[in-house]
Design a protein around this ligand. Structure first.
Ligand SMILES: Nc1ncnc2c1ncn2[C@@H]1O[C@H](COP(=O)(O)OP(=O)(O)OP(=O)(O)O)[C@@H](O)[C@H]1O
Ligand SMILES: [Mg+2]
Length: 247
C-alpha cells in the first residue's frame, strides 16, 4: 500500500528549477532512499513534502489525501515528521526539553499535557540511546549525538512517515553503523521512511528501493543494486564512490 506519493512535483526558485516533475511513491513500512549530487534537489523534495515550501506545481498525496501546500504544523499533526540537514536544536534548552517540544507539536500533540510530553520525550530518548544526555544542554552535544537528538525530535512527534535528511553526515564508521541500526529499529515500529544520504554504506544497508535525482530530475529508480549499476547514475553521481559501493 502506498502511504506517501509525489506526483510531478516541481519547485522553481526564481529562474532556477530545483526540482522538475518528480514522481515517487513510498510504500507502507518501506525505507526509500533518495540520492544524488550536491544541489540535485533532495532537500527541496523534503521541504515540499513537509510544507516548508509549497511546490510550484505537482501534488503531494498522504494516505490518499492531497496535502499539497498545507502548512508544516498541519502536516506534522497529520503524521509526517522530518529532520533538518543543518541540525537545529533549541540551544538554551536541555536535550529532554528539545524532544518534549517535538512531542507537543506532533501527531497527537494536541492531547498531550506538558507532563505527558516529557514522558514521551524520555521514552524517545531511551529508544534512540540518548537517555544519559537528557539533562545536558543541546548545544553541548557532539555531532553524532546532535544527529540522534534531531532524529528523536522527529520521532517524538509520533509520525507514520519520517523524512531523514542526511542524519549520518559527519559520522565515523562505527557511528554510521549505529545510525543504520536505529533507522531499521524505527521501521520496525511501523514507520515508513524516506532517507536522503550520501553515505553509501548506509544506503546499501537500509534501503528497500532508491531513486536518484540529478539537476532536479529523477534519472533512475529501483533496488539499490539496480540503481548502483545504472550507467547514468555512475556517470552523474557515483564516480569515485563507485568502488566503495561495489565492495
Ligand atoms: N530557498 C531557496 N532559495 C533559492 N534557491 C534554493 C533554495 N533552496 C534550495 N535552492 C537551490 O535549489 C537547488 C537544490 O538544492 P537542495 O538543497 O534541494 O539540494 P540537495 O540535493 O539537498 O543538495 P545537498 O546534497 O548539498 O544537500 C540548489 O541549486 C539550491 O541552491
Ligand atoms: Mg540537502
Amino acid at each position: 500500500m502506498v502511504i506517501l506519493e509525489g506526483r510531478g512535483i516541481t519547485k522553481e526558485f526564481g529562474g532556477l528549477r530545483a526540482v522538475s516533475e518528480v514522481d515517487f511513491t513510498l510504500n507502507q513500512g518501506e525505507i526509500l532512499g533518495l540520492i544524488g549530487p550536491n544541489g540535485a534537489g533532495k532537500t527541496t523534495i523534503i521541504n515540499m513534502i513537509s510544507g516548508t515550501y509549497p511546490p510550484t506545481s505537482g501534488r503531494v498525496i498522504f494516505k490518499g489525501e492531497d496535502i499539497t501546500g498545507k502548512k508544516p504544523y498541519k502536516i506534522g499533526r497529520m503524521g509526517i515528521s522530518r529532520t533538518y540537514q543543518i541540525v537545529k536544536p533549541f540551544p538554551g534548552m536541555t536535550v529532554r526539553e528539545n524532544v518534549s517540544v517535538g512531542a507537543m507539536f506532533g501527531a497527537r500533540g494536541k492531547e498531550l499535557s506538558a507532563k505527558e510530553a516529557i514522558q514521551r520525550a524520555d521514552e524517545t530518548l531511551e529508544f534512540v540511546g540518548l537517555s544519559e544526555m537528557a539533562d545536558r544542554r543541546a548545544d553541548d552535544l557532539n555531532v553524532a549525538s546532535r544527529k540522534r537528538l534531531e532524529m528523536a525530535k522527529a520521532l517524538a512527534m509520533g509520525p507514520e512517515v519520517i523524512l531523514f535528511d542526511e542524519v549520518m553526515a559527519g559520522l565515523n564508521f562505527s557511528e554510521i553503523d549505529k545510525a543504520v541500526e536505529l533507522i531499521l529499529k524505527v521501521r520496525d515500529k511501523g514507520i515508513s521512511i524516506l532517507v536522503i544520504e550520501h553515505v553509501m554504506r548506509a544506503i546499501k544497508n537500509v534501503c528497500d528501493r532508491v531513486f536518484v535525482l540529478h539537476h532536479g530530475t529523477k534519472i533512475a529508480e529501483g533496488t539499490v543494486d539496480e540503481v548502483l549499476s545504472n550507467d547514468e547514475v555512475i556517470k552523474a553521481y557515483l564516480g569515485r564512490r563507485y568502488k566503495e559501493l561495489v565492495q
